[in-house]
Design a protein around this ligand. Structure first.
Ligand code: B12
Ligand code: SF4
Length: 519
């Protein structure tokens, strides 16, 4: 039987190890609640366009069954529509060569994961044929690239809930004074509330319906708050520098969300997507109170600032008691001067000592941190020292991620959110080659830092130094791994057969979806 959907939203997993992404679900929620529409989220879109068999299923079996002249909106949630970890992809087993060789997997992709503009146009045209009364809207963090104008009716830039409601009302003639920018004759840019200030996020739970096909026990993403109270100078997150109690979910709403998810899918495992989960002790206290009031235990992964854990030791027990099992730290550097320059000034010796202490007192916690090469006081010697130090198996983290500092030269003109470094790179001593994002500073350059980071990431992989950590550890639980396995399982071992597992996950997804649509 053909199901009638007023909106169909394309999305992709937040990460190569599957875990569903939250942004698209927020949009689905809004459309369901605000307009009473039937909404279908079509997940795994990037992988689908890589594989002929999935592409054919989508085009032949799924889309004709869900799109119709009743469809009013076709949306793309671009936030995770890329698989950009070049290094992991290069190291995946040969068997999946076809997958890896796909052009979209080579580095960051600006917007939709189509092979080229032509493909995008064909696909968008096809969608309009099936749903002649629909509007096509592109949202999510990559929407700001505004890449394809033909066959796209609007780009929504930034947080989407309030802006999408406004846009639909505008199209329905109920909101004629909404500020719109015309990108061309037909395509609009909506960017009057990019920070989502007109939408009270704190009182709205994220809920799932049967058509979302949440599996029993599935690990789900959740927001406790939006934004971060800090302003680290390399960071370009949208709500940096917010006030402590801004954008925090109401405790009753949070509790209901946990209970509903447990009822619907027995979910007890979460990915907390907050930019810095421990940015205030009060928030951790509230979270812990809610968790303790639940009739079941939860486990979760989160972004944690190690210096705040150190400064507010009481937050350690709050995190432990509330179920934190995987912490992603943002240590970024072991060069004290560079740390101070970015706003993370805990002395490196203290950091390392603290990590050792954590390891002793909380051995089951899965830990990871990113490290950035090319910060203001770095040079060839300090970046090499950093890599050598963290690559050591005895360095007290289960995983290290080394990346070059990324600066976009024209971020000020082109991007909605950009870091302090990007906004004023000249005064931090960076310079750029003409028409490129290749920065240089002292004896370092972007390419030098990139090569060095790839070299050491490869060593970490080959030496089995890196374990499955961060949100990947939580996502791996969607594939029946348990946290104690992950603590000892190296990425090298994990990835030997993981690509096959992911592909079979998508195969099953299409089977479930098709069966659901037949009901
Ligand atoms: C959590 C997270 C992850 C998790 C995801 C786990 C999961 N299951 O969700 C993990 C660790 C796996 C991850 C991985 C990566 N991430 Co990440 N991640 C985030 C983070 C911190 C939060 C994302 C989130 O859920 N936010 C909450 C939701 C509600 O917001 P949202 O997705 O933006 O959705 C809103 C709007 O965008 C919009 N919207 C979304 N979809 C749609 C659709 C329509 C139709 C409309 C109208 C609107 C709309 O409305 C939504 C509600 O307001 C963001 C930073 C941030 N604060 O956003 C970075 C961020 C998304 N990640 C980023 C990056 C770079 C990566 C990696 C490439 C890192 C790497 N090198 O490996 C990988 C990519 C993985 C992939 N699949 O491609 C960048 C993306 C930058 C860009 N322009 O592409 C961000 C923005 C951080 C940054 N500023 O650098 N990430
Ligand atoms: S790096 Fe982390 S702590 Fe710093 S502003 Fe960004 S999200 Fe906040």
């Amino acid at each position: 039987m053909k199901q009638k959907y007023q909106a169909v939203l394309f999305s992709e997993s937040g990460g190569f190890i599957y875990s569903r992404s939250l942004g698209v679900q927020r949009i689905a929620n809004v459309l369901r609640e605000q307009f009473g529409w039937n909404v279908l989220v079509l997940d795994h879109f990037t992988i689908t366009v890589c594989f002929e068999e999935f592409k054919n299923q989508l085009i032949e079996k799924i889309l004709p069954n869900v799109l119709s002249d009743e469809t009013k909106l076709i949306g793309f949630s671009t936030t995770f529509m890329n698989i950009s970890n070049k290094w992991i992809i290069e190291n995946l087993p040969k068997k999946s060569k076809k997958f890896m060789e796909h052009p979209i997997l080579k580095g960051y992709v600006e917007c939709l994961p189509f092979v080229d503009d032509n493909d995008a146009t064909e696909f968008l045209k096809y969608l309009k044929q099936l749903a002649p009364n629909s509007k096509t809207v592109i949202g999510g963090v990559k929407a700001e690239s505004r890449k394809y104008k033909s066959h796209v009716d609007a780009y929504i830039i930034g947080y989407g809930e309030s802006q999408l409601i406004d846009l639909i009302n505008y199209w329905q003639g109920k909101n004629p004074f909404m500020p719109v920018k015309k990108l061309d004759q037909e395509c609009l840019e909506i960017s009057h509330d990019t920070k989502g200030g007109n939408y009270d996020f704190s009182i709205v739970p994220t809920t799932y319906r049967p058509e979302d096909l949440v599996l029993p026990g599935e690990v789900l993403p959740m927001e406790i708050s939006r934004g971060c109270i800090f302003r680290c100078k390399f960071c370009s997150y949208p709500l940096n520098g917010k006030k402590k109690w801004d954008f925090i979910k109401d405790s009753k709403v949070l509790r209901d969300e946990f209970l509903k998810n447990y009822d619907n899918s027995q979910t007890t495992k979460y990915i907390i997507v907050d930019d810095t989960f421990n940015d205030s002790v009060e928030k951790l206290q509230m979270f812990n109170d809610v968790v303790q009031s639940l009739p079941f235990k939860i486990e979760y992964g989160a972004y944690i600032r190690h210096d705040l854990l150190h400064a507010h030791k009481e937050s350690i027990s709050l995190l432990k008691n509330s179920g934190l099992i995987s912490a992603t730290f943002g240590i970024e550097t072991l060069n004290y001067e560079s740390g101070k320059a970015i706003g993370k000034g805990m002395p490196p010796e203290k950091t390392i000592e603290f990590l050792h202490e954590l390891k002793i007192h909380w051995p089951e916690l899965i830990t990871s941190s990113g490290f950035i090469l090319g910060l203001p006081h770095d040079n060839k010697k300090t970046v090499e020292e950093l890599c050598q130090t963290v690559i050591d198996k005895d360095f007290p983290l289960d995983e290290i991620k080394i990346v070059p500092l990324w600066l976009q030269k024209d971020a000020r003109e082109k991007k909605l959110y950009f870091s302090e470094f990007e906004s004023d790179w000249e005064s931090y001593g960076y310079s750029f080659k003409e028409n490129s994002n290749e920065w240089t500073k002292g004896d370092l350059s972007y390419s030098y830092c990139l090569d060095l980071s790839l070299k050491y990431q490869k060593i970490a992989f080959e030496l089995k130094r890196n374990k499955i950590a961060t949100f990947d550890a939580m996502a791996a639980m969607n594939f029946q791994y348990i946290s104690s396995d992950l603590k000892i399982l190296s990425q090298k071992e994990f990835f030997t057969d993981f690509v096959d597992k992911r592909i079979s996950y998508v195969t099953k997804y299409y089977e479930r979806l098709y069966n659901f649509l037949q009901q």
